[in-house]
Ligand binder design. Structure first.
Ligand code: CA
Length: 231
């Protein structure tokens, strides 16, 4: 797993704790955005959505749980809650609100990194987000029925990998999806797919669906991160 491709947002108002956690994660090769408040976190989510959110429970301008609850209304972003309160009630409340995992502070660096990696592995964009079909330029993509059709004439034939990739991008509804996540989507069984395979599939898809593959208008590159579908 090439961690350099992952962008992690860390929301923690205590400076010493923040510096420590950033150091752990950067040592493992992750790209980290350190944030001090719920407001800063919401701004980042708008501008440059991360692949995973590490969220402190107690923040100066609000409660991490409240932020997680708001976020879950429209996003499937993986969230790990960080808290000093290590009680079952808090842990369960956090998970019920939509956090994917929970870590009590002070957390062991290796445990933190292991949890982050595990959660990233489990997280792929949900296909159900496009249930009923989704428009991609002059094409209609129907992930549930496995169909790809065209308004005027025959649609190009997509390979299973190309179709899965397009469904994952459509499921993100215009948001960027990292190359690593796309590699997970197209993997066959236990055999890992490389990010390079993703790039190859994207080139092939562009030749099939773009009017001008050299200057794509639908399947866009997000530099240093991955791809997104214009919608
Ligand atoms: Ca705090």
């Amino acid at each position: 797993m090439d961690t350099a491709l992952f962008h992690i947002a860390l929301v923690e108002d205590e400076a010493a704790q923040r510096v420590l956690l950033v150091a752990y994660l950067e040592r493992e090769g992750f790209r980290v955005s350190p944030l001090e408040s719920a407001r800063a976190c919401e701004a980042l989510l708008e501008d440059e959505p991360p692949d995973l959110l590490l969220l402190d429970l107690n923040l100066p301008d609000g409660d991490g749980m409240e932020l997680a609850r708001r976020l879950r209304r429209h996003s499937s972003l993986p969230i790990i809650m960080l808290t000093c309160r290590d009680t079952d009630a808090d842990r369960i409340a956090g998970l019920e609100l939509g956090a994917d995992d929970y870590l009590a502070k002070p957390c062991h660096p290796r445990e933190l990194v292991a949890r982050v990696r595990n959660l990233l592995k489990r997280s792929i964009p949900p296909d159900e987000a496009v249930g009923g079909g989704c428009r991609v330029g002059r094409f209609l993509l129907d992930p549930v029925r496995g169909r790809f059709s065209c308004d005027d004439g025959a649609a190009p034939r997509l390979t299973p990998g190309e179709f899965a990739l397009l469904c994952a991008l459509a499921g993100a509804k215009g948001r960027a999806v990292s190359r690593w996540r796309l590699a997970e989507v197209i993997r066959r069984g236990e055999e890992p797919s490389s990010e390079r395979t993703v790039d190859v599939l994207v080139s092939r898809l562009r030749r099939k669906i773009e009017a001008n593959p050299a200057n794509p208008a639908l399947l866009l590159t997000v530099p240093g991160h991955g791809y997104r579908l214009a919608c």
